[in-house]
Design a protein around this ligand. Structure first.
Ligand code: FAD
Ligand code: NAD
Length: 460
């Protein structure tokens, strides 16, 4: 096919799905001298998700935390094909994928197929709704750039509508009721950013309304942030109390309606909670593409959460498909840290596989005894591929008022810290982990702008 013109037929073709933490880390490290590489992702950029909650109130601009995937691929030693498209089907028998152009602008060709020797599935996960009625229709998620933009616009819309002439007090209270469902790090960080926006900016811009804005967080478990240590959970809950953020624990959302949610309280009774803006952050579930792939391996793929892989990230049941990041169901939490380390590991594994293939080919040709022995020894080494090992660097979460919490591995134990100093650490950790120098400059500039000029309240 025409799109394979630049491919070297002597090299294997690796098709990479996704441009998130997992795939980007793989693409960064893969040696394109060894493989023909093709990237397929419906968004043509990498998104630094840890700073996405900051974009919902304008602390940081979304443009500051994205970088086009071509930023990496154009610097590779051999050309890498990048297609902005969604993979809609994987055919493991014929080793092909179907991709479609789902963008607004379409050419005469909207669908195509690609062949692969190896497929890397790094498509991430989608938002969990547990099938609760009304979530998709009325709730706002916080996963992608457009989600943060929607949350920001909707918040400003609620505030301006609350200020409309002769709005009734009950309607003002509802419109200024911001309800967040899910007390994981996403829900907590959004609540924290919203609180800061309220105190730093909205109080000055809307003196009559700001005091009426209410932030409520609903969590099904007995406490928020289940993955953090007990003292940091207590610290977060007491900080939220000081910030007037109400937390309802042991409270399950049963239904979402246009202007209210129905919840079940710890005593089993149901009640309604009116809202103006509803942010839904209850974690991940597998994407349809992932579920579809699982169904093609009924004997080996039976974890509902995601793709089952072995310790070398090979899809259970397949020799040519690898999977990593949030698309998989492993013993690790679905985090950027895990996804990035898996991507880097997989690129190393591919390097070793290329060396193994090369040696096997050479051993098939005429060689002196000496050379043969040397190569056989080398081959032995390349065949001894170490399994993936995760090294935890710690967990961080922003909790508002310039305070953050951190659980950091320390010797054989854990160092838990929370407060303003931890926030300084949080900032420096994020700055150093940002994708590019351009991102670093932009985020630092955004933070300075916020400090000296305040956040922008214009409705987009
Ligand atoms: P993603 O990063 O979600 O990437 C998936 C990619 O696949 C995307 O490019 C997507 O466009 C593409 N894709 C989707 N469908 C298809 C398809 N059909 N075909 C081809 N491509 C497809 N983790 C941390 O460790 N620390 C943090 O501070 C942190 N903060 C977070 C804050 C927020 C608001 C969120 C939502 C998550 C945060 N996480 C954090 C979790 C982290 O973002 C995820 O674990 C990580 O993104 C997983 O990486 P991934 O590459 O598997 O998936
Ligand atoms: P999560 O899975 O960590 O938390 C979801 C929360 O929602 C849970 O506490 C759960 O009990 C609660 N919940 C589920 N159903 C509910 C219901 N019906 N009603 C009320 N509460 C309900 O999800 P997340 O916060 O989106 O995080 C996803 C992943 O991304 C996690 O692995 C997390 O560690 C990672 N992440 C990390 C950071 C960070 O390190 N700062 C920030 C964001 C996300």
């Amino acid at each position: 096919p025409a799109h394979q013109q630049d491919f070297d037929p002597s090299k294997k073709t690796v098709v990479v799905l996704g441009s998130g933490w997992a795939s980007t880390s793989f693409i960064k490290a893969i040696d394109t001298d060894e493989y023909n590489v093709v990237v397929v992702s419906p968004r043509n950029y990498f998104l630094f998700t840890p700073l996405l909650p900051s974009c919902t109130v304008g602390t940081v601009d979304v443009r500051s935390i994205v970088e086009p995937i071509r930023f990496i691929t154009r610097h590779k030693s051999r050309a890498v094909k990048v297609y902005e498209a969604e993979c809609t089907e994987i055919d493991p028998d014929h080793k092909t994928i179907t991709l479609v152009d789902n963008s607004d602008v379409k050419g005469s060709r909207e669908s195509s197929t690609l062949s692969y020797d190896y497929l890397i599935v790094g498509v991430g996960a989608m938002n969990q709704t547990f099938g609760i009625k009304g979530v998709e229709e009325y709730g706002c998620f916080l996963k992608e750039v457009w989600d943060a933009q929607k949350v920001r616009t909707k918040l400003m819309d609620c505030i301006e509508t609350a200020g409309f002439p002769d709005q009734s007090p009950e309607e003002i209270e509802r419109l200024l009721g911001i309800v967040i469902v899910g007390g994981g790090p996403t829900g907590i960080e959004y609540a924290a950013e919203l609180h800061d926006f309220l105190i730093d900016d909205l109080t000055d811009w809307y003196p009559d309304l700001a005091g009426k804005l209410n932030i409520t967080l609903v969590e099904a478990l007995p406490n928020v942030l289940p993955a953090f240590s007990k003292q940091l959970i207590d610290y977060t809950e007491s900080t939220f109390k000081e910030q007037n953020i109400t937390i309802h624990t042991k409270t399950m959302v049963k239904e979402v309606r246009e202007k209210e949610i129905v919840v079940q309280r710890p005593d089993g009774k149901t009640e309604t909670m009116p809202y103006g803006l509803l942010v839904w952050a209850t974690g991940n579930t597998a994407r349809p593409l992932v579920r579809d792939l699982m169904a093609k391996f009924p004997n080996t793929q039976n974890i509902r959460r995601g793709l089952a892989v072995d310790d070398w990230l090979r899809l259970e049941g397949s020799e040519s498909i690898f999977a990593l990041g949030d698309a998989t169901a492993t013993k690790y939490a679905p985090t950027a840290q895990v996804a990035a380390q898996q991507g880097k590991y997989l690129a190393r594994l591919f390097q070793q596989m290329a060396a193994r293939d090369r040696l096997q080919k050479e051993l098939g040709s005429d060689l002196s005894d000496d050379d043969r022995k040397k190569k056989e020894r080398k081959l032995q080494k390349t065949q001894d591929i170490k399994p993936f090992h995760y090294s935890h660097q710690g967990s961080l979460c922003y909790i508002g008022s310039d305070k953050a919490i951190a659980d950091l591995p320390f010797g054989a134990g854990n160092l838990a810290s929370g407060g303003v100093a931890t926030y300084a650490f949080w900032r420096s950790a994020y700055i150093s982990n940002l994708f590019s120098a351009r991102n670093r400059v932009l985020v630092i500039t955004d933070w300075l702008k916020k400090t000296f000029l305040g956040r922008d309240i214009s409705r987009e």
